[in-house]
Each structure stands twice: as structure tokens, then as C-alpha cells.
Design a protein around this ligand. Structure first.
Ligand SMILES: Cc1ncc(C[n+]2csc(CCOP(=O)(O)OP(=O)(O)O)c2C)c(N)n1
Ligand SMILES: [Mg+2]
Length: 321
């Protein structure tokens, strides 16, 4: 694919922001100011932003627990984002939910269930809405290699495919589900891609650390969906740099492999090299981009720290029963 500088710079900027935000989350977690937990998505930004670069207004997104920064990328204001993570009233769910309840419907984010895979049906429901309203939008369902083997995911695929609903299933394969390697939980090499044929869906399998390869694969699938053909699937192969959660000692994997992945398959560094080789950006400009976004985050976190907490008697507000 031929690229214009502006297009690549836009993709890069969103990936860089995701990387810096994922890093910042690990830092503020270590400071002890985040109640709850953090699942860092460092190393996986290319898979998410490569796919999300195909989005347009009116699309829906069903994200999960990692990477959290994508909620901000698709529209959630930063103060809203950090407010929720720090359990403050400024959060999108008034600080009630934290990590597991980011997202806002006005940005197309249809929420998140802690019961992984259970919300695949929500993404398919969003696809049904698009279909009934006759729009050419897409409902993006992001799920992990572990979640790929859950029953509700397959029921959702079956329905989406039978009713030709506009859903993109995005299997993000980082090699692990907590401590379980994907080779132990799946009989096929590609737990996303190899199963799509069972639902008569087209699919592509891409290297998630090559963001332009992800973008090209996702573009093909999204064009197919927007043209009214029904669902499709993309599987992105990457690697989880951090533990499953912050504090995980990762005793189940070889630290040398992790180190090698970080040194050779860094999606951010790989695109920076390509951009610099094209003469599109300099080290000084890259440095400034990093510093500007870092400052923006620090100011937002400071506001979140000062913001008011909800009162204990308000804990049941906003719950539906
Ligand atoms: C139905 C269900 N089972 C188990 C869990 C506990 N759990 C939380 S994250 C996780 C791992 C999921 O792995 P994967 O789908 O590969 O996503 P990743 O964490 O690698 O991004 C598990 C088992 C859960 N939240 N829901
Ligand atoms: Mg995984």
C-alpha cells in the first residue's frame, strides 16, 4: 500500500499515545494511587491502533481489560479516563467501576464485562443495531487468545454470521491467558484465524507488531463488512511485555524471550525507524511529541488526584436491578 506522510503520522501518534499512556498507568499504579488493578497492554499497541485506524464516526467498540488507553483514543476525555481509574467523581462511571467500567456510549464504546467473552453478544447486538438502521458502520469486538476459546464468543460468531451482521472480530493473540500459553489452550495455530471458516467468515492473520500490516489487513476486512457482506475476523499476533497484572512475577515464562520480544518486536520503534528512513520525522520531533503528551497526562492525573471521591452511601447509585 502507498502511504502519505500525514496518514502514517496520524497512525503513529495514536500508537505513541497508547504506549505512553500504558507506561504511565504502570507508573501511577506503582505509586499506589490507583485502587484496583492494571493490566498493561505495553507491546500490543500496534494491534489495537492498526485496527482502530479503520474506524469512522458511528462505529461501536467492545474493548476489554487491556490496553485501557484505547478508551481514550476513541474519544473518552483524558480527565474522565484518569478520574475513573483513580475512583473519582470525574470518572465516566463516577469512579464506581475503575478499570472494568471505562467507556462511554457517546464514543461508541458499549461497555465491558469482567466475565470475558460474555459480552461478545453485546458487540453482535451493536452490529444488529447498525444493520437495522441501514448504516455502513462496524462493531469492533476485541478479544484475547484465551477468550477465543470461550463458548459465548462462538455463539456470537455463529449469530453474526447467520444474520450477516457488520462485526469485526479482532483476536489479539499475545501468547498468554494469565499464565496459560496459547499452545496449551488451543489445538490450532491461530485461535482466531483458523476458526473463522467454521462461520463462513473471511479472515486475515497479521504480525501485530507491524502496525501498517495490521492496518492493511484490517482495511480489507472492514471494507468487506462496510459493503454489507457480514462479519469478518482479524488475528493480530503480538506479545505481552508486562505481567498479566502489575505485580505478576511471570514465573511461567522465560525472561530472555520477553527481553528479546521487547528488543526486536517493538511496534513503536519499528514504525519510527520507517518514518525516519523516509525523512518524515526527526529524533527531536519524536522527543517533543513524547514530552508534550507526558505533560498533558501529568496535568490530568494531578486534577484527578484533587477531584472529589464519591461517598460510601452513593455506592449503589447508577446500578440497575
Ligand atoms: C469467563 C472468565 N474466566 C476467567 C476470567 C479471569 N481472567 C481475567 S483475564 C484472563 C486472561 C484472558 O486471556 P486473553 O483472553 O488471552 O486476554 P489477555 O489477558 O491476554 O489480554 C482471565 C482468565 C475472566 N475474567 N472471565
Ligand atoms: Mg492473551
Amino acid at each position: 500500500m502507498q502511504y502519505e506522510k500525514e496518514q502514517v503520522l496520524k497512525i503513529y501518534t495514536e500508537m505513541l499515545h497508547t504506549r505512553l499512556m500504558e507506561k504511565k498507568l504502570t507508573e501511577i499504579y506503582a505509586q499506589g494511587i490507583v485502587p484496583g488493578h492494571i493490566h498493561s497492554g505495553m507491546g500490543q499497541e500496534g494491534s489495537y491502533i492498526g485496527v482502530l485506524s479503520t474506524r469512522k464516526p458511528g462505529d461501536y467498540f467492545k474493548f476489554g481489560h487491556r490496553p485501557l488507553s484505547v478508551y481514550h483514543i476513541v474519544g473518552e476525555p483524558m480527565d474522565n479516563f484518569f478520574g475513573e481509574l483513580l475512583a473519582k467523581r470525574t470518572g465516566n462511571a463516577l469512579g464506581h467501576g475503575g478499570t472494568n467500567h471505562l467507556g462511554r456510549l457517546q464514543d461508541g464504546v458499549v461497555g465491558f464485562s469482567g466475565t470475558l467473552g460474555a459480552d461478545a453478544g453485546i458487540a453482535v447486538g451493536a452490529g444488529l443495531t447498525i444493520s437495522m438502521e441501514g448504516r455502513d458502520n462496524v462493531s469492533y469486538y476485541f478479544y484475547g487468545d484465551g477468550t477465543a476459546s470461550r463458548g459465548p464468543v462462538h455463539e456470537a460468531m455463529c449469530l453474526a454470521s447467520s444474520w450477516k451482521l457488520p462485526v469485526l472480530f479482532v483476536c489479539e493473540n499475545n501468547g498468554f491467558a494469565i499464565s496459560t500459553p496459547v499452545t496449551y489452550s488451543s489445538a490450532v495455530k491461530n485461535p482466531g484465524g483458523d476458526r473463522a471458516a467454521g462461520y463462513n467468515m473471511p479472515s486475515v492473520v497479521v504480525d501485530g507488531t507491524d502496525i501498517l500490516a495490521v492496518y492493511e489487513g484490517a482495511s480489507k476486512m472492514v471494507d468487506y463488512i462496510r459493503a454489507g457482506n457480514g462479519p469478518a475476523l482479524i488475528e493480530c499476533k503480538d506479545y505481552r511485555w508486562r505481567g498479566h497484572f502489575e505485580g505478576d512475577q511471570c514465573a511461567y515464562r522465560d525472561p530472555e524471550v520477553t527481553q528479546h520480544e521487547m528488543e526486536t518486536r517493538d511496534c513503536v520503534a519499528l514504525l519510527e525507524e520507517r518514518m525516519k528512513a523516509q525523512g518524515w520525522i526527526t529524533d527531536e520531533e519524536l522527543q517533543k511529541m513524547r514530552e508534550d503528551f507526558d505533560r498533558e497526562m501529568d496535568e490530568s492525573i494531578a486534577r484527578a488526584q484533587e477531584a472529589e471521591e464519591i461517598k460510601p452511601e452513593e455506592i449503589y447509585d447508577c446500578l440497575f436491578a
